[in-house]
Design a protein. Structure first.
Length: 256
């Protein structure tokens, strides 16, 4: 009976939130930054049928979005190099301290089965290659998985690929095109100036409800915790900072 009542209340709340709801949102989800919790909040308050999700790491295809205009939310691991093509769309993202994000990614993969109770479907390069944390840091540099904030907002992520599926990319991409510099930082910074930015540590029901203009909001919960079972050493933190200097620069710019 209680489950039935909850189901009815959920249906009513979603119905109320969707009445005459015309807003459109694009969520650029940088991995391990708290985006899954925001996505679940959207699902809970508006229903999955209002959300189009794509995590292929590719650039946003606006023609594809225009063909699917029945959705209010487009979410996923997508790159962007131009926020001018908005068509009355609201962009938002969530940024996380780069050290916390890098650490979280490793332990999310390392302890995935313990956390989820199932194997990760995509290549789990940490488990597959039995990586320790030092090897993982080096791997992120080798596979251009550093400075993810700058990369996602300047178009410097290899499409359809996460670090575990980069075995055969050499030859398909010019390595020099994947390196990032101050020009990419400037492009990312200018794009982010036109984007609503949430920060992992202060994202909550109140600021999400205000941004989405929900009439009634159900709770915001944290999902996909990383189970950290190793004490990160000072030299490892320094290495992460050295490899992600542009991300720290852009994070500090918007977090001040």
């Amino acid at each position: 009976m209680i489950k039935f009542i909850k189901k009815i209340l959920l249906f009513i709340i979603r119905k109320i939130n969707k009445i005459n709801y015309k807003k459109k949102f694009i969520f650029i989800h940088i991995p391990r930054s708290g985006g899954t919790s925001i996505k679940k909040f959207i699902f809970l308050n508006f229903g999955k049928e209002k959300v189009l999700e794509n995590n292929d790491m590719n650039l946003i295809d606006y023609r594809y979005l225009n063909k699917n205009d029945k959705y209010n939310f487009f979410v996923g691991h997508k790159q962007i190099i131009n926020t001018e093509n908005t068509n009355n769309v609201n962009y938002f993202t969530v940024l996380r301290n780069p050290v916390d994000r890098v650490v979280s990614y490793y332990f999310y993969l390392k302890n995935f089965e313990k956390i989820k109770g199932e194997k990760k479907q995509l290549d789990n390069f940490v488990i597959d290659q039995n990586m320790n944390f030092d090897q993982y840091i080096e791997y992120t540099e080798e596979k251009f998985w550093d400075n993810l904030i700058v990369r996602f907002f300047s178009g410097k992520i290899i499409p359809l690929i996460n670090p575990g599926r980069m075995k055969n990319f050499i030859g398909q991409y010019d390595v020099n095109d994947l390196k990032i510099d101050e020009k990419d930082f400037t492009l990312a910074k200018n794009n982010l100036k036109k984007v609503k930015i949430f920060f992992t540590k202060n994202t909550n029901k109140k600021n999400l409800s205000e941004y989405f203009s929900t009439k009634i909001s159900l709770p915001f919960k944290i999902y996909n915790y990383s189970k950290i079972d190793y004490e990160i050493k000072d030299y490892q933190i320094k290495k992460i900072k050295d490899l992600n200097q542009l991300d720290f620069k852009i994070f500090d710019y918007f977090n001040n």
